[in-house]
Ligand binder design. Structure first.
Ligand code: ZN
Ligand code: CU
Length: 493
């Protein structure tokens, strides 16, 4: 094992022979802070970075020549529904093939615990069916430790899961008694190791929750240093009001907040980011946001979204599985019925909705509050391409081809920024003593290959991915190693 404090970034090192576990030579190091790239070597011992600098004379068990390649921190997927995918062997290939080394799960009010033995109502059914759920997060994290995760996992507990646990009827506000049941389950989940609470106030099972119910739960997070993420009440004609409600909840509870997959849906609401982004920037409260780089959304099939979308693609259907991947208009034409009648026949189902404007997307991705998150849905039969393409799409299409951001800034919104917002200590930045999570990619060729027609095509240009010092992706394939760990949220230094 190697002693610490041997190197300073960018400085030539005295010639000496040292042996490391892994040495990445001659790469263009983008360290995740947003600072300029530089030519450096990176040495790894065990699960940590032992040095960043010009390591002349060093040797290692395994050497990777990264000439002409970018060496970046592994990407942190700020918004996922990988709660169950991380428990399965092949489930994380969509993510490691993109350079992702850590995922935040439990978003949009949806989590796999604490909720055993019930049939999950939409959107809980996006991540599993009855037998997939866990009675508490102690059981969930135990299962995760038993199978071993490919990537690092930070889990949130979902407000909608808590409502289903505590309430017999979801169409009304929770009573004080029901809030007390939710609060106790929330505290238990935080003690088990969750990093925070997510809400999905736009979805039917949580729509009836008033702001006060949300505040009563979110304020409990302060004692646990937790974070609140929210799929806001409205992302359409009342998106500005929803941003105000979100900031208000954060201030009243004194808990930092992340606005999930920020967007303005429906043609009539395009351009509202001109109002929402300044509101967020001037909130005088810690508010961040995540965004996926597409103008189509995806979730369960809902009549409300069908009405505002220009085009709808079916991603799965329990009653009509053969229709997965098809356009709703084609289906209704073939069946000789209205869109609404086709929806009723397809349910329960999932869909992709084309309903956003690229100018809003550009504004959101470029705002300094933005983190990149895929919102990928790993169990859909024909998923939205964001599951396999999000990170390379930003790097290839929006950085290299369009110049929306510098490469350093884009990497920052995938790594250092995200680790800072979520409080993942020693992650997201390439520095001596930090965990060795890395993505090595070709900046000239990196691009998403997943499309709406072929959504499970792996991206191009991501060459090697390292989690906690172990190579999990190389030569276009997952290695099968499972070195991931559970992430906790630590107070900012
Ligand atoms: Zn959501
Ligand atoms: Cu989501």
């Amino acid at each position: 094992r190697v002693a610490s404090a041997l190197f300073k970034p960018g400085m030539p090192m005295p010639t000496r022979t040292r042996s490391y576990d892994l040495l990445i030579r001659n790469g263009t190091v983008i360290d995740g802070t947003g600072g300029p790239s530089r030519q450096d070597d990176i040495a790894i011992v065990g699960d940590k970075i032992a040095g960043v600098g010009r390591l002349h004379g060093a040797s290692a068990e395994r050497v990777i020549d990264a000439e002409g390649r970018v060496v970046a921190p592994g990407f942190v997927d700020a918004h996922t529904h990988d709660d169950r995918a991380v428990l399965t062997a092949a489930g994380m290939t969509p993510k490691v093939s993109q350079g992702v080394t850590s995922v935040v799960t439990g978003n949009c009010g949806v989590s796999l615990a604490p909720l055993a033995g019930v049939d999950p109502v939409p959107p809980l059914n996006l991540i599993g069916s009855r037998d997939d759920f866990f009675g508490d997060f102690f059981g969930y994290f135990e299962a995760l430790a038993d199978v071993g995760s490919v990537v690092n996992v930070a889990a949130q507990v979902g407000h909608t899961a808590l409502r289903v646990l505590a309430m017999d009827n979801l169409d009304r506000p929770a009573t004080d008694r029901e809030i007390a049941v939710m609060a106790e389950a929330l505290d238990e989940s935080m003690k088990a190791g969750c990093i925070g609470l997510s809400t999905g106030l736009a979805y039917p099972p949580a729509q009836a929750a008033p702001t006060a119910e949300v505040v009563a739960l979110v304020e409990r997070l302060a004692a646990f240093n937790g974070i609140h993420t929210t799929h806001m009440r409205n992302e359409k004609d009342r998106v500005v009001d929803s941003v105000r409600e979100t900031i208000d909840i954060g201030k009243r509870a004194a808990v930092p907040v992340v606005i999930s997959h920020h967007k303005c849906s429906g043609r009539a609401n395009w351009g509202q980011t001109r109002e929402t982004l300044p509101l967020i920037a001037n909130a005088q409260h810690p508010v961040a946001l995540d965004v996926y780089p597409y103008t189509a959304s995806s979730t369960v099939l809902l009549e409300a979204h069908v009405q505002t979308a220009e085009r709808v693609l079916v991603t799965w259907s329990e009653s009509e599985p053969d229709q997965a991947g098809r356009d709703l208009d084609d289906i209704s034409a073939e069946w000789g019925c209205s869109r609404s009648e086709a929806v009723a026949r397809l349910l329960p189902a999932g869909a992709i909705y084309f309903q956003m404007d690229e100018a809003d997307l550009e504004r959101i991705i470029r705002t300094s509050d933005a983190m990149i998150g895929s919102d990928g849905l790993p169990h859909d039969a024909v998923p939205h391409p964001r599951l396999w393409g999000t990170f390379p799409r930003v790097l290839g299409r929006f950085v290299r081809e369009r110049g929306w951001l510098s490469l350093e800034d884009a990497v920052h919104r995938m790594t250092g920024k995200t680790a800072a917002v979520f409080g993942f200590a020693k992650r997201g930045v390439l520095a001596e003593g930090n965990f060795a999570d890395l993505a090595i990619f070709d900046p000239d060729t990196v691009i998403d290959s997943a499309t709406y027609e072929a959504p499970t095509t792996p991206s191009a240009g991501i060459e090697t991915v390292v989690v906690n010092g172990e190579v999990v992706w190389a030569d276009g394939a997952a290695t099968g190693l499972r070195p991931g760990s559970r992430l906790v949220r630590e107070p900012r230094a």
